[in-house]
Ligand binder design. Structure first.
Ligand SMILES: [Fe+2]
Ligand SMILES: [Fe+2]
Length: 360
């Protein structure tokens, strides 16, 4: 078990120590002069990783996923004055690997592949579609779809929008990082999908811009990571999963599977959100457009992800089928963490935000 101070004390929580380290000018020199400090960070990461990803203690999962997120956020946009010198610091790289290795092992333990994985690429497509959308899995809890349709309040919808802004204001940045891992038709397919997410270069049509408009209409702040402190760790788990697949070349095939899962799942999810807004009496097009546009767009994206990315990959390299399937299955597991969290909070009348804050 991780020492209490690495989890609970704001002065010594691992995620806070990493935030401080990232903001330290000339961190490598500081750590060279004080080797104990760097060693303590790596040892601390190992302890937090064991408590989070082996023992699955909620407090440790909060620290571990916040730590992974602050390290991963270095790759994204930040204001001109942000400290950037420590992105590739060797101590921080070691910390990140300690956390990622344990997260990866937890994923392997929690979402094991079915034994009927096809050996023929042509039967893999329909099998993967079934795995993404219909196949029962042991870890799936209560459906949030039904909750949105029948019970969700506008306040609860706002909480979800605020927390998911950590992805949707940057959609689909992590996916671009696997473009160089592809070639030929599969590369063209992924670029086609990603360009659509970026509105084919038109600012007002970028999906992230449409999300920003939605947030503004709900009275939410639209700055990058504005809601990080209030975002619950199961949301961060989904983002850290993508960041991990994006930065390790050996995991890129899981990302192709994960992208397919997200796109295949999206039209149904978007219809559930729209039903919830309709029940709440919201008919403002600037709120609804983000959801409406995704019903059509993601039907197309799902088709492209399966037939123009995944299929060319597995036809050329049938051994990739297991990894692509793993991306779908692990994605379903990570998403189930969030569904379980939201369902437990909302059905008990509690906020889903970290520390029970408000999204407004
Ligand atoms: Fe989108
Ligand atoms: Fe999409």
């Amino acid at each position: 078990m991780a020492s209490e101070t690495l989890l609970a004390d704001p002065a010594t929580r691992l995620d806070d120590l990493l935030t401080e380290a990232l903001a330290t000018p000339g961190l490598a020199g500081v750590l060279a002069a004080d080797p104990g400090r760097g060693a303590a960070l790596v040892t601390g990461a190992r302890e937090v990783a064991a408590a989070a990803f082996v023992l699955e203690e909620p407090a440790a999962l909060d620290v571990a996923h916040r730590a992974l997120y602050v390290l991963g956020a270095q790759q994204g946009w930040s204001p001109v004055g942000a400290q950037r010198d420590n992105e590739h610091d060797l101590t921080l790289a070691a910390v990140r690997l300690e956390l990622e290795r344990a997260f990866e092992a937890q994923l392997a333990r929690s979402a094991s592949l079915p034994e009927d994985l096809p050996t023929d690429p042509e039967s893999f497509g329909p099998w993967l579609e079934h795995l993404a959308l219909e196949r029962p899995v042991p870890f799936e809890g209560p459906s949030m779809g039904e909750f949105y349709r029948e019970h969700a309040t506008l306040e609860q919808l706002s909480e979800v929008v605020a927390q998911r802004s950590l992805f949707f204001l940057k959609e689909p940045d992590p996916w671009t990082m696997v473009i160089p891992s592809l070639h030929g038709r599969a590369k063209a397919g992924l670029i086609d999908l990603i360009l659509d997410e970026y509105g084919w270069g038109r600012f007002d049509q970028m999906h992230s811009t449409v999300y920003e408009v939605l947030m503004g209409k709900l009275g939410l702040e639209t700055g990058y990571d504005h809601y990080f402190e209030q975002t619950s760790w199961p949301v961060l788990a989904g983002l850290n999963y993508q960041a991990m697949l994006a930065r390790h070349r050996r995991l890129c095939r899981r990302m192709y599977g994960y992208i397919y899962l997200v796109e295949a799942d999206s039209p149904g999810s978007m219809k559930n959100y729209l039903a919830a807004y309709a029940r709440a009496g919201i008919d403002d097009p600037e709120v609804l457009t983000f959801y409406e546009l995704h019903i059509d767009a993601d039907e197309g994206h799902s088709d492209v992800a399966l037939n123009e990315v995944v299929m060319p990959v597995v036809r050329e390299e049938p051994a990739a089928m297991a990894e692509v399937a793993r991306g779908v299955l692990e994605g379903r597991w990570v998403h189930s963490l969030l569904s379980a969290h939201l369902h437990a909070c909302f059905s008990a009348g509690r906020s889903s935000l970290r520390a029970g804050g408000t999204a407004r």
